[in-house]
Design a protein around this ligand. Sequence first.
Ligand code: ARG
Length: 706
Amino acid sequence: MKKTLLSLFALLVATVSTKADEGMWTLYNLPQAVYEQMKAEGFSLTYNDLYYGDHAVKNAVVNFSGYCSGVVVSPNGLVFTNHHCGFEAIRSHSTVEHDYMLNGFYAKSYEEELPNENMFVSFMIDQQDITARMKKLGIDEVSLEKQAILIDSIQKVLNDSIKRIDKTLHVEVDPFYEGNSYYATTYQKFNDLRLVFTIPKSMGKFGGETDNWMWPRQTCDFSVFRIYADPKTNGPADYSENNVPYRPKHWAPISMEGYKEGDFSMTLGYPGSTNRYLSSYGIREMRDADNAPRAQVRGIKQEIMIRHMRADEAVRIKYDSKYAQSSNYWKNALGMNKCIDSIGIIQQKEDYERRIQAWMDKTGHFKGQLDFDQMKRDYEKSFIPSQTFTYLWESFGRTNEFCTRAFRVNYGMPLEGPENNPKKQYFVFKDNSEEWDEALDKEVFAALLKNYKEQVDTKYLPDFYKEIQTKFNNNYTAYVDYLYKKSFLMKSGKKIYPNKKSFKKDPGVQFGMQLIEAVFGLREEIKDAADAIEKQEKLLCAAKLRMEADLPHYSDANFTMRLSYGQVGGFELGGKPSGFYTTAESIVEKMKKADENVEYFAEPIMHELLSAKDFGQYTDPRSGKMQLCFLTNNDITGGNSGSPMFDGKGRLIGLAFDGNWDSLSSDINFDSRLARCIGVDIRFVIFMMDRWGQADRLLREMGLKK
Ligand code: ARG
């Protein structure tokens, strides 16, 4: 849709329609036609303001810990992201005694801000196209495995040279356009990231799993962190008491003016993965070999988790993030499959493939290369092993503590002890009992063992299933009890010597070994078909780019920074207009239903704050209401969570946090009538920081209070 619009642009400058604007654009090479379209829709900054110079909009946007996005909002390195992006940090600082998850947290001074292990933000410094160089090295001619090696080695060369100039920088090389292009991106990464402010989960995750992926929405999905830097250089430094708040080149100005329907809106962030170029065969595989088994296994696991979590508050704290994580893409998988069918996406793709075929027949392009029949055969070959792989990974890959340890001890776990004496080196599992619960862990494990057997072909069953049958009479619980009791894997603190004979005899080690063999077996089985599929999908993308050479095309998401632009506005929801914002009244109404659904529970203080007669400066001047969440047609996906939503002047009006149920297939096909980005209104964020948090020092820092 978008692309036709753009091609007409030259003719229709003044009358460009305000239809949905599909696309996740890289910034350094943003097509001029896209920028012109943005301008026509109300963007008032210059082309260079986006990417070039110290005050470029991009300089305020961060990759948040590799899985989310965020935005710098003050001269002292304050960062806004979503509550669900800060969730694990908040959870890890919570105990039954001081439960920041339930009660919220506000650091009243810099000293009280809480450091977080293994978290970071990174800034994109620069991006360049290195396709020519990669092609010269033969990237197009080698297998997937060798491509990965080649990419690694180039990355290393680029890193060596950038680090000679500035050792705080690093380079990542990523394929774009299905491997038809390669870009090198330079980042600066800060590891000292501290939690500054969060509201109670009742608001940060209001509506919980019930409302997740849904509109209308009232979730106040934000949390606040701060970047700390080396006191001498203002550059990245590992955590130290002596570090000081980072002074960024640029931060996003916050607008308290809001938006109206049709207003320009833009997101910048780090979308993780889309498959918009994927063939109809690939979509079928995704539906039936990825999404369906993922939803099936997680459904079983989550039922057990939630039962244990509801029974015991300590277990709830341990599993809060694990459950949310699992449930998020469980619901996504169900919703996506529903949309693939209801929208008829496979048929649409098949039609498109027929057009490509006709174009190839006519022009002779890609003749003897792109072959849809071959693609179909390769997907058929890989279908069963791919589906089995999903079952295997969803059942045993990090779903319970035992399996996690069984995998690790066999694969990639670092040894401890004297480096010069391999015989005395050992593995040791630290006591991490605050992370998991034995009864829950065992029940999940037993249920998933049983389910795996029921779902996959017997030829894929590891040998331990024979033992379960002969020695345990197919009693999975008894087998799991036996493993926990007999294996040294569950003896935290015990030194495990891989060189001793007893190592290989341990039932847990054997169990893990067999799982790994199963993984490698499946990989081997899929390898040739996967290589062939990759080549064909790459050609299909190249053919599309060639056939539509007069139009700008964006690449699929790959965790690099992207811009998406469009407008504020709703969609049709069951034949009725969805509306494009929610109000304080609507959250109070839901809160009153908390006895029907605990996920609508909120503390009395929240009822009180949101039932106010007068919201003062937080009232929207047009609607006269306090607005909470809003919709735009910005093109986002997982990874974009926490992305700043800017108005036409480049001012912050919201934080993107979700997509809508009606367009969960947008990762493979952006349907402009349905696909919406759900954001939390920045005025709701500031309202909560002000009225609930009384976080005056932070509001002053952002220039919002004197
Ligand atoms: N669906 C949103 C995302 O993927 C929010 C996920 C967290 N919320 C939740 N209720 N599990 O970014």
